[in-house]
Design a protein around this ligand. Structure first.
Ligand code: DC
Length: 225
């Protein structure tokens, strides 16, 4: 059945640097949808772990996760942990290094997925991450899997870090991406993979706007059938 475009649910997955956050934010703006950055939630849990010194004390961390409040504002641009704005803190190198190991803990995923599904009941949404098409919203109206070569993804991330005056090299960034890919793809619970019914988009050599237009055209054409 045709749905009002503002009530649709779009799920998008892909590896680090595939462009999904920027693309999803732009699609959200154009279609007036809620934007959900699921990776930011795992990053928030990582900040929670660091602040409480429980990075490796997983049972303690699980208790804290069950009692914490993670909230977004400004349509996903800002994230708050127990009312504190941690939007900058979630992007530090320390969080980058730790987050994949924290995101692989099944009990933590259960809590976060529950929270994501609650957010999904609020109306039209575009949600992106690693398991949105497979686990969180298998019922999504549209599913996309964004990918790009490791070299291209590393170049994008490197350019982003340079613009933030972060001192690093392209080789270091590429190595970090390879390590994170390996952890995200091979983990036991909710590994990164394309859902069988997801539309795969290779963003190598494409601009963000080209990918945004493509996604909107797919949604519009299928929504008009
Ligand atoms: O998209 P990102 O780089 O902000 O994600 C940070 C980490 O969180 C990434 O290494 C994998 C994990 N993640 C996840 O396990 N499931 C999601 N739905 C989103 C992110």
């Amino acid at each position: 059945m045709k749905k009002n475009v503002n009530h649709i649910k779009i799920a998008m997955d892909g590896p680090a640097g595939s462009g999904k956050s920027t693309v999803a934010q732009k699609v959200a703006e154009k279609l007036d949808l809620l934007y959900l950055d699921s990776g930011a939630m795992y990053r928030a849990v990582t900040v929670l772990a660091i602040e409480n010194g429980v990075e490796t004390a997983i049972p303690e961390l699980i208790k804290l996760v069950k009692n914490c409040h993670i909230q977004f504002s400004e349509n996903g641009k800002l994230i708050f942990l127990d009312s504190k704005d941690i939007s900058t803190q979630i992007r530090t190198p320390e969080v980058n290094t730790l987050v994949a190991d924290i995101a692989k803990v099944p009990q933590i995923r259960t809590e976060i997925v529950r929270h994501q599904r609650r957010i999904g009941t609020q109306g039209g949404i575009i949600a992106e991450g690693r398991d949105l098409t497979t686990i969180v919203f298998p019922d999504a109206d549209y599913k996309f899997y964004l990918d790009a070569s490791v070299t291209e993804r590393a170049k994008r991330r490197y350019a982003e870090l340079l613009s933030q005056n972060v001192d690093t090299t392209l080789e270091t960034v590429e190595e970090e991406i390879r390590t994170r890919d390996e952890k995200d793809i091979t983990r036991e619970h909710s590994p990164l993979k394309a859902a069988k019914d997801a539309i795969c988009v290779d963003t190598t050599g494409k601009t963000i706007d080209e990918v945004v237009e493509y996604i909107i055209s797919m949604v519009s054409s299928q929504n008009n059938n």
